[in-house]
Ligand binder design. Structure first.
Ligand SMILES: Cc1ncc(CO)c(N)n1
Length: 453
């Protein structure tokens, strides 16, 4: 027999409704907790018949059954934090408020009233019951609509968010996160208000309607992080970052708008090693094929982004680049995450337009390369460094983001090669991009053999 190796985990609890569609409610909360390395327990308040299009019907469990679940969980597990979602009726809210008096762990209350689809999840007039529950809570996470119902303050900007947060603090809750998802604007601003501080957490807005389950995921992520020992501020910071990625890489499921991707951050983490191996294998292929004729003076780099990469630290590349030798080419050091700045930033900026692009490299560029590219008849774009406004160069500190925007914006088909003709002191280069390593290798090797003809 083998000895067991038990895995000890923080425990979190969700008190919420079931979403048969899987994107919100209990299902979202447990997935989010699992994605945070936290063991998730649950007390189901109601069962909804729901999908990505809307809520068909909803059945509230008998109050004794909700209490029995709360009792079963808190009696046995060392719960580190809890969250509430759909509580459905005044009676359920009051029961949870009553139970919460004995909780010795933080409680996050997401005052769920209406689903993203527009369907009600709380009986009419039950909103007032939230006051008692909030009095027992560590954090409330209202969106602008919920904040307006709870306070009569219309949340339209940072100032009104603070005002609404302060009004909700009157219930006795320790902190309020007034979410900005429903407030129009280029950036989403979630404002955390406590008795002695106000702090905004900002993210660029993702142009999507696939936000089903976003509020559930955010509150569950905060609870999971609190259960793991985070401070409130760092739990909110980590959870809003988590949600930003879950929204950008939403699940394309169902006929409706789709749901947030609770697993994107975890899958991204898990993809690091295979991504680094892909870069390694690409470098080996290029060394074996001796693509010297493609290697620029500054050296070539080969970059691989994890599938949900958002930063240079999530791209693998060759440390010290690949350079020419007397007998061929060689990578100067190993493959490491964050090793490329130039090509990695270009790839990340290109992913703002074509998010499936994951691999890129930079090649030498001259008139022969240009002829070879023309012969292949690939979609090719270019940008002119000289045309870059100096303010952008100063604020972004690099030409890569701007260059990618020039090359990718307003095109039907993303380019597979992007020419940078350089300028005085900047070598001309062409960058090749692809969704998978084989496509990148094929393009590089095809370009190399076309050049050799
Ligand atoms: C069960 C349930 N809880 C919460 C929400 C809010 O998105 C939903 N749609 N369904």
């Amino acid at each position: 027999m083998r000895i067991p190796a038990p895995d000890s985990r923080p425990v979190a609890l969700t008190i919420a409704g079931s979403d048969s569609g899987g994107g919100a409610g209990i299902q979202a909360d447990l997935a989010t907790m699992a994605a945070h390395g936290v063991f998730g327990t649950s007390a189901v308040t109601a069962v909804t018949a729901q999908n990505t299009r809307g809520v068909e019907s909803s059945h509230v469990l008998p109050i004794e059954e909700i209490e029995a679940q709360l009792e079963a969980v808190t009696d046995d597990f060392a719960v580190g934090a809890a969250k509430t979602g759909m509580l459905a009726t005044t009676t359920v809210i009051e029961t949870v408020a009553d139970r919460a008096r004995a909780f010795d762990f933080p409680l996050v209350v997401d005052p769920v009233m209406v689903a993203t689809s527009g369907d009600r999840l709380l009986e009419a007039d039950a909103e007032r019951a939230y006051e008692d529950l909030l009095g027992e809570a560590t954090l409330a996470t209202p969106n602008a609509d919920e904040a307006a119902v709870l306070t009569d303050v219309a949340v339209t900007d940072g100032e009104s968010a603070r005002e609404a947060g302060e009004a909700i603090l009157e219930t006795g809750v320790d902190a309020v996160l007034v979410k900005g998802g429903h407030v129009p604007g280029e950036r989403v601003r979630d404002v955390l208000v406590t008795d002695d501080s106000v702090r905004a957490f900002e993210h660029p807005r993702v142009d999507t309607d696939a936000t089903h389950g976003s509020g559930c995921a955010l509150a569950a992520a905060i609870a999971a992080r609190l259960a793991s020992g985070d401070s409130l501020e760092s739990a909110v910071e980590g959870a809003t970052d988590f949600l930003a990625r879950a929204v950008r890489y939403s699940y394309d499921v169902g006929e409706g708008d789709g749901a947030v991707n609770h697993m994107a951050p975890l899958r991204n983490q898990a993809a690091r090693e295979p991504t680094a191996e892909d870069v390694h294998a690409l470098v080996d292929r290029f060394v074996d094929a001796d693509v010297s004729s493609l290697v620029p003076e500054v050296g070539m780099n080969v970059v691989g982004a994890t599938p949900y990469a958002e930063s240079v630290a999530e791209t693998a590349a060759v440390e010290g680049r690949i350079t020419r030798t007397l007998s061929g080419i060689k990578p100067n050091r190993g493959v490491r995450f964050g090793a490329s700045s130039h090509v990695a930033r270009f790839l990340l900026a290109a992913r703002e337009f074509a998010p499936d692009l994951r691999f890129a490299l930079n090649c030498r560029f001259d008139a022969d390369v240009e002829v070879a590219l023309e012969e292949r008849d690939w979609p090719v774009a270019e940008y002119d460094r000289g045309a870059q406004p100096s303010e952008i160069r100063d604020t972004e500190g690099s030409t890569m983001g701007w260059g990618a925007r020039q090359a990718f914006a307003d095109r039907e088909e993303p380019p597979v090669a992007v020419i940078d003709r350089g300028e005085v002191g900047k070598e001309a280069l062409v960058k090749l991009l692809a969704a998978d390593p084989d496509a990148l290798a094929d393009r590089a090797l095809t370009l190399e053999s076309t050049l050799g003809q």
